[in-house]
Design a protein around this ligand. Structure first.
Ligand SMILES: [Zn+2]
Ligand SMILES: [Zn+2]
Length: 270
């Protein structure tokens, strides 16, 4: 089992030390873990200026020394992206080395976090369409290995905004996915959605089905854990969902080489 989206104390919103997460991962049957702390360039964000690469790499090496015989530990990052901060993101990624980089869009226009308040004067269309354009722009940079929580706004959509139908955004999804497929960039199934609203992974099966119809096959899985208890959570359900959609392998970036490992071999080992 690979969990490719886990935060540590190098994220401002996480207080779980890396050793605790490694122990929890081993208990949960996880064999590969990518620690992906927030890299933030939006000045308003609580994580802005928080991440320290030297400390992060030192902690990661200590974790490899201690748990390396039981767990493959990848140096990852969850890099916030939008076109307004693209040059800072590019500069950061040129100066720092990682095994695995998630590109995530967390901000809407005017430097505002896509949280419930963001929907106050906006419809779902007002939020989703520009959001997916930013996802497409992230894919087009070619800087990321995978795209994080592809339909994140559904998580924060207030209930009075009605039901969420991902295929209402099929044209925007097709543009974004075509950009990913052309550059061999995957997207993740973020299982945090299964344990909190919207009670479905981000994205869910209808989006995966569309991706498969477009010829896509590269998927990573991440629990987006901020506490040890959720590492590896929701993976069995996700494997089932992916296989039903016609995806039979999960992306692995061990030693920075992208490979696809059959789901059947993972499901058996867990
Ligand atoms: Zn995120
Ligand atoms: Zn995250």
């Amino acid at each position: 089992m690979f969990d490719y989206h886990v935060h540590t104390t190098q994220s401002a919103d996480c207080s779980t030390p890396i050793f605790d997460s490694c122990e929890a991962a081993i208990r949960a049957g996880v064999t590969e873990i990518a620690f992906t702390d927030h890299i933030e360039h939006e000045p308003a964000d609580m994580s802005y200026g928080f991440f320290d690469y030297t400390t992060y790499m030192r902690d990661l090496e200590a974790a490899r020394d201690r748990f390396g015989d039981q767990l493959v530990i990848l140096a990852g990052a969850e890099v916030d992206f939008n076109t307004g901060i693209a040059s800072q993101v590019e500069d950061f990624l040129t100066r720092h080395e990682f095994d695995f980089v998630i590109g995530s869009v967390h901000y809407g226009d005017a430097g505002t976090l896509i949280f419930p308040e963001y929907f106050q004067h906006r419809t779902m269309d007002d939020v989703m369409k520009p959001y997916l354009e930013q996802i497409q722009a992230a894919a087009e940079t070619g800087w990321f290995d995978t795209i994080g929580h592809l339909d994140l706004p559904k998580r924060y959509r207030p209930l009075d905004h009605g039901a969420y139908d991902p295929l209402r955004y099929e044209p925007e999804l097709i543009h974004a996915m075509t950009a990913m497929i052309g550059r061999q960039i995957s997207f993740e199934i973020n299982t945090s959605g299964l344990r909190q609203p919207p009670r479905t992974s981000m994205p869910g099966p209808r989006v995966v089905d569309l991706y498969v119809r477009l010829g896509g096959s590269l998927i990573t899985i991440g629990s987006d854990s901020h506490v040890p208890e959720t590492i590896g959570a929701g993976f069995e359900r996700t494997f089932d969902m992916l296989e039903l959609c016609g995806i039979d392998g999960i992306g692995s970036f061990r030693q920075r080489v992208r490979k696809t490992v059959p789901i059947r071999s993972l499901a058996r080992s867990s």
